[in-house]
Design a protein around this ligand. Sequence first.
Ligand code: ASP
Length: 453
Amino acid sequence: MKVVKFGGSSLASGKQVEKVFNIVTTDPTRKVVVVSAPGKRFPEDIKVTDLLIECADLVLRGRDPKEQVEAVIARYQAIAEELALPSQIIMEIRQDLSDRLNSDQRKPDRFIDLLKASGEDNNAKLVASYFQSRGVEAYYVNPKEAGLLVSAEPGNAQALPESYELLYSLHSRPGILIFPGFFGFSKEGDVYTFSRSGSDITGSILANALKADLYENFTDVDAVYSVNPFIIERPKEIRELTYREMRELSYAGFSVLHDEALVPAFRAGIPVHIKNTNNPQAEGTRIMTERDNTNGPVIGIASDEGFCSIYVSKYLMNREIGFGRKLLGILEDYGISYEHTPSGIDDMSVILRENQLDEQTEKAIINRIKTELHADEVKIEHGLALIMVVGEGMRRNVGTMARASKALAKAKVNIEMINQGSSEVSMMFGVKEYDEKKAVQALYDEFFAAVTV
Ligand code: ASP
């Protein structure tokens, strides 16, 4: 039995929904279908989810969201017309949106989630009605009835442990089950969404709960690439990846799969298969516990910008018990999360995403580190990019770091920071943002130019 998830671009038009129908119905083991809201049809297009967020914002500011509501309905209408569906379904969607817009707004974040979730909910209803119109036994599944319980965290819900047992009962339902992605219900019965792109998470939860043999994730690329195709033209495709490798890559900017989505599948040991809705014949990429290690030490290179580093220096820091905890405690007080903490005898750096700091917070943090920790020097360096060089093969191959740093030196990229050792399957390089592309190119040439992945 397979759980199959289709992303927004796979459901952006009637033609796309027809492709989804063909993919699902050619394989009788594709039993549970998780759908996103309609996504972009072309690069400048607006995702239904973004339109819904705009609607909610306008309402909360006391403005009329009519234009945005009509834009949302127009998206579903275009799909329904292309698929020759009866107009009843659009009337239902209109009614559903109007009910949500008129609901309780006392908790703004919860109101936004309720609106956001309608994108997938109404799309699941529309897709189910299309499958039925083609004579296939298919049903929309209401996540509340099915038991997808989540924490009451707006825009960042987490599945509650009891969901898994409750969802197992979906097995006894007949036909193809069309399940809306992206949201669940709190114990109090309110809608809460996962973080953005969270339909991937729904698919993974269902794969785990239903003990599926495979979780197929259909998107709009033939495979996971070894490097960002916006940096390197037509990079090598990855056939097989381990969960750990995928996690490391998606964390640093590989956006093919939501990085939280791997966890439920990983826990149940269910392989994930990334495939292309627009080219289902392509082999895709398989993510699993272990893989053959026939290629070189590196499977992929990911990079992301927008980081900064807080550098703290204090003579005899190594002898001071609790220094690291106190430093991180200050960041915790401001609700700031960090990515890496490379440290030396008398120095420690904390790398974090710089969008978490405004000028005032930055000043306050530096001040507290200076006064409370009596640091000799504290400085913040902005504009850093992190590059992750990832591969299980690294453990067995000698000299991978030497090859990487030599390649960067040859390209005249100054390495601001290195973190190696804490993870067995990755090396992290911090470089200036303006050097990011050059660095990725140099590393790609070094590890992939002559290797078949
Ligand atoms: N539609 C939601 C988003 O745009 C969730 C998803 O597509 O997975 O974030």
